[in-house]
Design a protein around this ligand. Sequence first.
Ligand code: ADP
Ligand code: MG
Length: 397
Amino acid sequence: MNEQKIIEDLKATFQELYGGEPDGVFFAPGRVNLIGEHTDYNGGHVFPCALSMGTYAAARKREDNRVRLASMNKGKATVEELTLEDANKPKKDRWTDYPIGVIAAFAANGNEIPTGLEVVFFGNVPAGSGLSSSASLEVVMGIVLRTLYGLDDVRQVDLALLGQQAECDYVGMQCGIMDQFASAMGRKDTAMFLDVNTMECEYAPLDLPGMKIVITNSGVKHQLASSEYNVRRAECESALEDLKKVKPSLKSLGELSVAEFEEIADHIRDAVERKRAKHAVYENARTVKAFNALKEQGNIEEFGRLMNESHDSLQNDYEVSCPEIDFLVKEGRKIEGVIGTRITGGGFGGCTVSIVKDEAIDEFKTRLTEAYEKEFGVTPEFYVAEPGDGAKILEKK
Ligand code: ADP
Ligand code: MG
């Protein structure tokens, strides 16, 4: 569906639910991470790009304190009746926690939202698939609030930080900054090499001559993700505590080189935690290497090799993959013209990301579809990634 049609549908639904016209229409993208998985909350590097798919919102300010939210992705869109007060109450374990969490995060940072609003959302990035529909929902809510209430001191990067805060503090998912950063700060046709310690971001043109980034959706929703994600984070923190006993200056696993880690790894008492820390350190090193391979040498073969290593580490050491994803990766690697393929996103389902030569894309899709249907009775979906811009205003009165 093209963007104009989405905007029309959104405004028609807005009219139906709330009457009249919205004050504005907004968009924030999902993202795909090329390499650097589970490194963002470990003080390392990530290398995502924003997608052209994401979450749209049509919104209007109210005079009272009612917050009326609807999503076209929830069957026939119905209005969820909330108030600004809900941002001070515990979460409800519903999708509305994300936008309400953003209102709470704005307030916690000195931007109390003064009056209510009504919003309709529509997302065309598959939810629960590791392409960060949640971050796109948070970040689009952020740009809605900034614009409607004239909060000009909220910078674009703050939209990312406030979205992350909503997800960590309100929703209770201890995520790093990558997803929201990509959603807020993305740029067309580029990937972002982000150092999460300094928040320094280098934009790298995604120049992949004769090949494309292909996303394959396994159809497995990562339900386990939030609980296991928090467990992984705790395991890494515990490993870090053990390492601090021999290296008191250490602040994050991302600071360690592979050699430094190997020298002191034995001090991590728990074998499982040692594996988790190993992934964090090696994955960070791989991400730096992959970025340099692409940027300095245009060495896409090396980039692909590192993507493959990343998957193996996530499968075996970090243990966040699942049989369906491992199957897609294994089958994909059998196809000539597949430069690299790995799980992307938090894990436990979701999508793989692959770099595939143009002439191999058809074969990639048909062979994976056949094999996956035969093995799991499910048809995978494919998207060719089009790296797009970060959060933006599409229309404003
Ligand atoms: P991911 O971010 O990988 O897509 P998450 O589990 O983090 O997966 O977030 C998915 C959740 O975000 C959904 O279950 C839903 O609660 C919420 N969500 C995302 N997009 C929308 C939308 N357009 N409308 C309503 N809820 C949404
Ligand atoms: Mg998410």
